[in-house]
Design a protein around this ligand. Structure first.
Ligand code: 5GP
Ligand code: ZN
Length: 118
């Protein structure tokens, strides 16, 4: 929990963010450089680099993150669909090495490629 990565610092409140949701396990906050009209990130407070760093010991945490996505998307006005993306490692074009789930949406359908952010 004492990591100095940027998302750990956001989770600890050392760097400000526009919060969507927070509890003892996770934080959701708006992406600073949105790729869609609504674009927020969900992170575990525990530092995991990405899904390579996760295993079945993290089942409850990962399930909780995904299990909150629909509710938080609706609360942000995304009631007609949304996209979730998890980028992992170099090939996945991950930029921040603290596991995060992108949630993207808006009034109109996003770009058609599943690999793109919009
Ligand atoms: P990745 O490419 O690693 O999946 O995505 C990292 C995301 O984090 C990017 O969409 C980027 O805009 C976002 N991001 C990077 N630094 C910050 C920050 O300091 N605050 C917020 N809110 N988002 C950030
Ligand atoms: Zn971290």
């Amino acid at each position: 929990m004492s990591h100095d990565c940027i998302f750990c610092r956001i989770a600890r409140g050392e760097i400000p963010s526009r919060k969507v949701y927070e509890d003892e396990d996770m934080l959701a906050f708006h992406d600073i450089n949105p790729s869609a009209p609504v674009h927020f990130l969900m992170i575990p407070k525990q530092h995991l680099e990405n899904l390579y760093d996760a295993d079945l010991r993290h089942q409850a945490l990962l399930g909780k993150l995904l299990g909150m996505a629909g509710q938080l998307a609706r609360e942000q006005g995304l009631d007609d669909g949304f996209r979730v993306i998890v980028n992992n490692g170099r090939v996945g074009r991950q930029e921040v090495y603290h596991l995060h789930i992108h949630v993207l949406g808006g009034p109109e359908p996003l770009g058609s490629s599943a690999s793109r952010r919009q």
